[in-house]
Design a protein around this ligand. Structure first.
Ligand code: 5GP
Length: 126
């Protein structure tokens, strides 16, 4: 079954400039911005500019250039935020939700980068 991408999702609107965002970083293929409802003192989302719904969609269909850019953008965001544990930062949690069981709200691939407090256990009871 093919992925169907909804061009009216909120992140597509942010990418088109129809809705503002608090930008952290922009690269050729990615945009990073602060989450509007942060669940930690630092909560940044990194998204590809391409029309990908989930990580598996992206990993299977994006170009090597897009995938490399996404991976580097995440690294650059961590660097910019000063949260890299290997560089004296406090560390972070990175999460990508997908679909119904992943409880994904916005159907455009995004990775949550959260820091500034201990995140607790990985999975809370539903
Ligand atoms: P999901 O549950 O899909 O993994 O996460 C979607 C995230 O997008 C949520 O953390 C939510 O707060 C964030 N979000 C939803 N709408 C907006 C928006 O208009 N602007 C920004 N910056 N974040 C949003």
């Amino acid at each position: 079954m093919a992925y169907s991408y909804d061009p009216q999702n909120i992140f597509a609107k942010i990418l088109r400039g129809e809705i503002p965002c608090d930008k952290v970083l922009e690269t050729e293929h990615c945009l990073a911005f602060h989450d509007i409802r942060p669940q930690a003192p630092t909560h940044v989302l990194v998204i590809p500019k391409g029309a990908y719904v989930t990580y598996d969609h992206f990993a299977l269909e994006a170009s090597d250039a897009e995938i490399a850019d996404f991976a580097r953008a995440v690294g650059q965001v961590c660097q910019q935020l000063g949260i890299q544990p290997g560089e004296g930062g406090p560390g972070y949690r990175a999460i990508m939700n997908a679909g119904d069981h992943g409880m994904q709200e916005v159907p455009h691939l995004h990775i949550h980068i959260m820091s500034g407090r201990k995140m607790g256990h990985l999975v809370a009871p539903a």
